[in-house]
Design a protein around this ligand. Sequence first.
Ligand code: SF4
Length: 323
Amino acid sequence: MEEKLLEVKDLSVAFNSYLGVAEVLDRISYSVDENQWLGIAGESGCGKTVSAFSLLKLLPEAAMIRNGEILFKGESILDKSEREMRKLRGGEISIVFQEPQSALNPSKRVGENIVESLRLHQGIRGEEAKRRAIQMLDLVKIPQPRVRFSQFPHELSGGMQQRVCIAIALACHPSLLIADEFTTSLDVTTQQEILKLVVDLQRQSTMSVLFITHDLALISECCDELIIMYAGQIMERGKVDRVFRNPSHPYTRLLLNAIPSISRKDEKLNSIDGSVPGLVNPPKGCRFHTRCKQKIPGRCDVVFPRETAIDETHRAWCHLLYT
Ligand code: SF4
């Protein structure tokens, strides 16, 4: 069987908080193939970002990995030392965050931010590093890359800063790019330009992208597969077109219904009643049961549903799907 680029198996993560222990991820499993876009979607607090930070071993001290394993190119991430992880981060696995302002070092010039990554991960220095950094600025379509190289991040617009972050993330040719809500802080036009840029750059390589977002419309534009998460549990996963055509979980249907549509512009926007539950003593069984109008009392609030195959790649976890 062909080895997956990334495999997350039965991962459970908890956080110590002043309210108690929050069960943030509950036995989640997924994989990413080479050259694939996988979207992870859900409301805030569903565990998307914790799942990404687990891959990089960047969880805060209060976090505890309770269960599971993470394999990258067949090797256990959780068994790697901090030294090995520093090499992996920004090298084989890169991340682009939501806020470019906080990702860039404001006291370093734009070019130095890129040069530093090249030096750390590939040992490239001096004129060669400068040449490569300018090449990267050009690749992410920053006008006048030589001029921009010597400017400070605050001299660039938010969209340009995010392009610089993408240049840094891609400078060392990663196998996996984690894009964590990376267009959320940008206006709609810039958001589309940045997404198109990453789609184009990914097509020129075999890099895979893990795209974390609350925005299903964006996932439909670029991802091959998606995972729907709710309160630390996976509710549904599958090929994007199949899940959009045949959403099988009540939560997925509500999320899809909440996407604004031009054809429904006169209609009221649908929202999902209630809010994501707290994860200290989370709801038992299916965590969505506190908001689900189709809940089966005595069942949904007792046991987590088993996996149901909708088709060869499409899976959902809901008691309504089997008897
Ligand atoms: Fe609703 Fe029960 Fe299905 Fe959860 S398992 S989505 S509570 S019907």
